[in-house]
Design a binder for this molecule. Sequence first.
Ligand SMILES: [Zn+2]
Length: 455
Amino acid sequence: MTTLVRGAWVLTMAGKGRLRDAAVAIAPDGSIAEVGAWDELRRRFEDSAVEGDGDGIVLPGFVNAHTHLTEALIPGMGEDATLWDWFTRVVGPTGAVITREDVRIGTRLKAAEMLLSGITSVSDMSCHRNLGSEASLGAADGLEEMGLRGVVSFGAEDVYPGAPGPELFLAEHEALADRAAAASLLSFRAGVGTILGISRPLLERTVAACREHDWGVHTHLSEVREEVVASRLEHGLTTVAYAAQQGLLDRPVAAAHCIWCTRRDLSLMRRREVAIVHNPVANMILASGVCPVPALLERGFVVALGTDGAASNDNQDMFGVLKTAALLHKVSSLDPTVLSAREILELATIGGARALGLDDRVGSIEPGKRGDVVLLDGATPELATIHDPWQQVVYCATARCVSDVWVDGIRRVRAGRLVDGDVRELAREARAAAVELVRRAELSESALLPEPELL
Ligand SMILES: [Zn+2]
């Protein structure tokens, strides 16, 4: 049966962008049949089910374009650390012992958090050093079980003592690509954890495999200043220039951060149509810097938004990302007009879809696209009075306003609760796995916290 999702506003993120007293018709095959005025759609689809009382806001599902589901079980640690310090103390030790089952369990928990904050598509880069375990496949397992759309990748890095040769890394890329191909809503990209963290032989093999299999790339670029300094010392080039020289940027690339790019870096990336994923919350927690989003948009870059990993955000709440992005650019430019609420929402929807090569399917509400749709409840303290729906979503709404979520036309959230799965049960499962993971990684309290000052 066709479902009509009705709102006081439908933010289509296409064409005019917003429709008043309108609805979206989701066809039984999961596609969007029509979007338009409520009266007209009610007449046309008279036998359809109706969801929404006409007071809320309907919008495309958010695209979380960068996260690390391998961090799902280790949030809330290392608030005092910058990137490299945080990695050494928190992420590295757990990454050495994490298993596919740990990642699957953590992914299920974070998938619940994402769905309940209106995220319908996610691009994951699972990072670990437990080679041979194929732990990254756990993210695909968990996403498929929870019904999210996703692009999965394994963030390979081999610059560390005792790292195996390239074969095991390539084998995991291929295994993950096969796993994604077996799931209807998943696709695959080759992950390059960081440019500095990968040896030249593995990078060359990765680029060759991308050419052979027609894989896109998911990586981090120019995240912190130390990275660019170290790259100049090692390669005589910035990380962006080195990645371009190695041919990595000739693939479709989604690059997280891009905070410390030179003018030449930006030209290199723009020519190659590299998409940039801005992760404002993680950048602020780790004190990494400010990605120049307004300047990137002026240059014509595709820009998306991401939460970044559960250990560097430290949640997967897209509303927090929207508002933080808006506020960060206002305060860093001292210009309240620098990015409009509509522009912020574009980054979180159609911008994300373009960055991941999914814009033929999702990112906007248009006939023929897939039914990835979110209904925000108007009967909430945050959305009771809607003057400007763009600003209302970015500055007023929270995940508490998410009433219903459809992914590929299947309802995954109903009246603010998961349709399949119980959050208490997911939490119980994750809690036990997290305790065990931290024990295996030997993360002691002193590894997480600075030594107390002796007075
Ligand atoms: Zn990241």
